[in-house]
Design a binder for this molecule. Structure first.
Ligand code: HEC
Length: 472
């Protein structure tokens, strides 16, 4: 009998070895997760896994990251040291399948939300006809321009999406994170009726190559009878600097009070380029609107430097806004895991990527052991865990008087809009005002101070309007 049980144990061990090829996720779940998330996955001490609501990113990629690295500030342990990657993968699949089996559907976008200071009507503004809308800007109170990442510029008039995109806009590389990115209306519109576009531009120099080099490019043009005309190049990188990666293009365009143009370019996945001045990637740039270089640019006279560089060491800026009173350029950039940043950009300053960062690589490995170094700027604020910051604007106008000059910061992964209370250049308070409507691609304080939120998945645009102050 004793021998038999030894045999049995060996057999069981062998079974669990072959099970190591396919971990028993249901058992792992009961052992490690059920006490918080519920034996039936419906929640308990922590959130339900089968209600269609994900606060920290939707999809198995996010679940894996959250299981492996935890959300320790909220009480979700990190399983990096306890479970193997294969076990974590199996758990993420298990959760995802259980959610599908439960028939979970994410709750619809609500008609009203509450914030600390206001009750807000959520106006379902453009609910169909858009594909990956990326950015919005306004010609006037009734007319908006919206980019779609696959390469179309759309017009919305009085809340109605014109069926035909603007014809003749530049060809874009619609691949990876690239495509048609930002749109910005000239600050002197309508006297100067230029429209600015940033996009990923692909070279076609070597037809033999599968992947052609690409880079962020900025042009301006005019819209006449729904056609893009009179195009001029505002910024095109030296073609030797183009890179074959398909991510980290940036890009946002803003104008300072003197009407200079600023745009961002991500480091294109080449971390070390962010630190060198003879490359355009990993930077914010400053130009006259016609593309010429302002004489007082910080590196205008530096030999070999790209003369349009305004700031450097910026990983991938996808939110930019100009402070309504100070005129300072504020920016949010995607960091590695735990290192999304809010910065105030200043001429010639180095924001540190990848030498200093609060984040880790997504595989958990450190990027750098330094969070601070002489000659490198500290972020004004950083997000840990990373929310996937995208879209940034200051509140102004009459709609939300208590929010004057507060910042609105969108996020892709956490699907939220955070309202940041700012005093001088410090963040005093952060409040999530929008949550789980969809991936926030852009958030803009539009004409009259009405807030527009451009979402992906679903690909819609909602407006936030003041429905009265909260009463306490
Ligand atoms: C000690 C309690 C605890 C245990 C054990 C635990 N979690 Fe969590 N988990 C949390 C808390 C708290 C949160 C944050 C919930 C929230 O957003 O309100 C969370 C969040 C999550 C999320 C993100 C949910 C979202 O809304 O995006 C996932 C995925 C997750 N847990 C998976 C797991 C898995 C898988 C296990 C087992 C390996 C596990 N958790 C074990 C407490 C726990």
């Amino acid at each position: 009998m004793r021998n038999f049980s030894i045999f049995f144990l060996v057999a069981a061990a062998a079974a669990s070895t072959s099970a190591a090829e396919r971990p028993d996720a249901a058992a792992l779940y009961q052992q490690h997760c059920a006490q918080c998330h519920g034996a039936d996955l419906r929640g308990g001490n922590a959130s339900s896994m089968v209600d269609g609501v994900w606060n920290h990113g939707t999809g198995t990629g996010s679940y894996k990251r959250n299981i492996k690295h935890g959300l320790t500030h909220m009480g979700m342990p990190a399983y990096e040291a306890t479970l193997s990657d294969r076990e974590i993968d199996a758990l993420a699949e298990y959760i995802s399948t259980a959610e599908a089996d439960a028939g979970a559907v994410r709750p619809p976008i609500p008609d009203q939300i509450q914030t600390r200071e206001y009750v807000i009507d959520v106006d379902h503004w453009v609910m169909e006809g858009l594909e990956i809308p990326w950015a919005i800007d306004f010609l006037d109170a009734d007319t908006a321009l919206v980019t779609e990442r696959p390469g179309r510029l759309r017009v919305i008039k009085d809340g109605v999406l014109a069926p035909e995109p603007v014809s003749g806009t530049p060809e874009v590389l619609n691949d990876g994170q690239g495509g048609l990115l930002d749109v910005a209306v000239d600050p002197e519109y309508p006297a100067e009726d230029w429209i600015y576009l940033s996009f990923s531009h692909e070279l076609h120099d070597d037809p033999e190559e599968k992947f052609q080099p690409a880079m962020t490019k900025v042009v301006r043009g005019k819209i006449r009878d729904n056609a893009w005309v009179d195009e001029q190049v505002v910024f095109e990188a030296d073609h030797d600097d183009y890179i074959k990666t398909r991510h980290h293009y940036g890009s946002r365009i803003v104008f300072d009070p003197e009407h200079n143009l600023y745009f961002s370019m991500g480091e294109r996945g080449m971390q070390e380029h962010a630190q060198v001045l003879d490359r355009p990637n990993g930077k914010a740039h400053r130009l006259h609107r016609d593309g010429s270089i302002p004489e007082d640019n910080p590196f205008a006279d530096t030999p070999d430097a790209v003369a349009s560089i305004f700031s450097y060491g910026n990983r991938n800026i996808q939110g930019m806004a100009v402070h309504p009173e100070t005129g300072a350029i504020w920016a949010t950039e995607h960091g590695p895991m735990g290192g999304d940043e809010l910065n105030v950009l200043r001429a010639g300053k180095n924001y540190g990527w990848p030498v200093i960062t609060y984040g880790r690589n997504y595989n958990g490995q450190p990027v750098s052991d330094q969070v601070a170094a002489p000659g490198m700027e500290q972020p004004t604020y950083f997000w840990n865990p990373s929310t996937g910051v995208c879209g940034l604007d200051f509140c102004r106008g009459d709609e939300f008087p208590k929010w004057q000059n507060y910042l609105l910061a969108g996020s892709l992964r956490y699907e939220d809009v955070t309202l940041l209370t700012i005093a001088d250049e410090r963040v005093l308070h952060a409040e999530t005002i929008v949550k789980n409507f969809g991936r926030v691609r852009d958030v803009v304080c539009g004409p009259g101070g009405i807030i527009y939120v451009v979402l992906n998945n679903p690909d819609v645009i909602v407006r936030l309007r003041n429905a009265g102050e909260r009463e306490y």
